[in-house]
Ligand binder design. Structure first.
Ligand code: 5AD
Length: 363
C-alpha cells in the first residue's frame, strides 16, 4: 500500500467504504496471525520520569503527582499474578528514570524469567546501548518504544531532547533488532501538530522499521500538561470534517475512528505483527474499544496487573480504563469479551512471527 492510498484511507469519511478497510484488516489479521488473542500482563512499575513531554501527565514538571517505584518483590508478585492468570508475557513499563540502576532491572528480569515461563517486554524509555544489552542478557525478549510521530521536528517540540543524550529515538529503534529484541513502536494518534500527511508517513514508517509489535493510541489531553491546556481545534468526523472536506495539511483528530483506521492500516502494512487494542482506545470507546480494535486488526490486549494502589499514580492521561477496576471480575471480563467475539485466548508467549519462522513469507 503506497502513501497516497494510506492517505486516502485516513481522509475517508464514508462509513460504508470504511467497512471495506475494517474487513480487509480483519482478513489479513486472521490469515497471518490467526484467531488467538494474546494477553500481556502490564506492570507499571514506576512513574518517575525525567522527561518533559508536552502530552504526558507523568512529565517531570508535573509536581502534583506523587511518585513511586515498585520493589523487586512487588514486581515479582505482579509477574506471579500474570502467570497465574495464564498470560505468557509480562510487560514492565515505567517513565524514563535515569536514577534507576540498570543492574537492578536486569536482576528483576532474570528473576522473573528463571522462575516463571514468561516472556518479558520492557518499555522504559530511551537508554544507552549498554543498558539495552544488559537487559537483553538478563533475559528480556522484547522492547517497546513508540516513535509517536515520524516528524522529527514535531517530536523535538513535544518530546524535548535532554542534554548529553547523543542517541535519538530512531537510532535506538534501529539498534534494538541487532541486540536480538523483538521491536515494538507506534504512534500517538492526533497529537497536536500532527497532520494527515504526517500520519500517512507514520504508517509507512511502521513498515520501514520492520516492527514486530505496533501499539498506537489516541492522544487524550491531560490538564497538567502544556498540550492538554492549549486549545487545539480538532475537526471531528461527526461534523463530516467541515464543508470543504479534509486535506493532508489538516490536524488529525484524536478520535476513535482515526485510531481504528491506524490499527487497520498497521495490520495491512505489517501483517505478522502483534498489535494491541490499547488501553487508550478502550478509554475513548469504553463500550466497544477492545471489540472493535480486535475486529479491525488487533490481536493483543494488555490487561493491567499493577497493584491497584499504584494505578491511579500512573497518570499518563486522565480516565484510563484500568485505573480502578471495580473488582476482580476485570480479568475474567477481558477473557469473556474475547470469547464472545468467537476468538480464543492465546496460549504461551505469543512471539512475533519473525522469530518463529513465518517471516520467510512475510511480504
Ligand atoms: N494520551 C494518550 N497517550 C499518551 N501517551 C503519553 N501521553 C499520552 C496522552 N496524553 C502514550 C505515549 C507513550 C505511551 C507510554 O503513552 O504514546 O509512548
Amino acid at each position: 500500500m503506497v502513501r497516497e492510498e494510506i492517505l486516502r484511507w485516513l481522509l475517508e469519511t464514508d462509513s460504508a467504504r470504511l467497512q471495506e478497510l475494517w474487513r480487509r484488516a480483519d482478513e489479513v489479521r486472521r490469515h497471518h496471525v490467526g484467531d488467538a488473542v494474546h494477553l500481556r500482563g502490564l506492570v507499571e512499575f514506576s512513574n518517575r520520569c525525567v522527561r518533559q513531554c508536552g502530552y504526558c501527565g507523568m512529565r517531570a514538571g508535573n509536581s502534583k503527582l506523587p511518585r513511586y517505584r515498585m520493589t523487586s518483590d512487588e514486581i515479582l508478585a505482579s509477574a506471579r499474578l500474570a502467570h497465574d492468570l495464564g498470560y505468557g508475557t509480562l510487560v514492565l513499563q515505567s517513565g524514563e528514570d535515569p536514577s534507576m540502576d540498570p543492574e537492578w532491572l536486569a536482576a528483576v528480569v532474570r528473576k522473573i524469567t528463571t522462575t516463571m515461563p514468561l516472556a518479558v517486554t520492557l518499555s522504559v524509555g530511551e537508554w544507552p546501548p549498554e543498558a539495552l544489552q544488559l537487559w537483553r542478557e538478563g533475559g528480556a525478549d522484547r522492547y517497546l518504544l513508540r516513535f509517536e510521530t515520524a516528524d522529527e521536528d514535531l517530536l523535538r517540540r513535544i518530546h524535548p531532547p535532554l542534554p548529553g543524550r547523543p542517541w535519538s529515538r530512531f537510532e535506538i529503534l534501529r539498534s534494538l533488532g541487532d541486540l536480538g529484541y523483538e521491536v515494538g513502536s507506534g504512534i500517538l494518534i492526533g497529537v497536536p501538530g500532527q497532520t494527515f500527511g504526517e500520519l500517512a508517513r507514520c504508517i509507512e514508517l511502521l513498515r520501514e522499521l520492520e516492527l514486530d509489535m505496533i501499539g498506537s493510541g489516541p492522544f487524550i489531553p491531560h490538564p497538567e500538561t502544556p498540550l492538554g491546556r492549549s486549545p487545539v481545534h480538532f475537526s471531528s468526523l461527526e461534523g463530516g470534517y467541515g464543508a470543504g472536506g479534509l486535506s493532508a495539511r489538516d490536524q488529525v483528530p484524536p478520535d476513535d475512528i482515526m485510531t481504528y483506521k491506524v490499527l487497520a492500516l498497521a495490520r495491512i502494512v505489517r501483517p505478522y505483527a502483534n498489535i494491541p487494542a490499547t488501553t487508550a482506545l478502550a478509554t475513548l470507546d469504553r463500550a466497544s474499544g477492545y471489540e472493535k480494535g480486535l475486529q479491525r486488526g488487533a490481536n493483543v490486549i494488555m490487561p493491567n496487573v499493577t497493584p491497584v494502589r499504584y494505578r491511579s499514580l500512573y497518570h499518563v492521561y486522565p480516565g484510563k480504563v484500568s485505573s480502578a477496576p471495580s473488582d476482580d471480575t476485570y480479568y475474567a471480563d477481558i477473557k469473556a469479551r474475547i470469547e464472545a467475539l468467537g476468538r480464543t485466548v492465546g496460549v504461551g508467549p505469543g512471539s512475533s512471527a519473525r522469530w518463529s519462522g513465518a517471516a520467510a513469507s512475510c511480504p
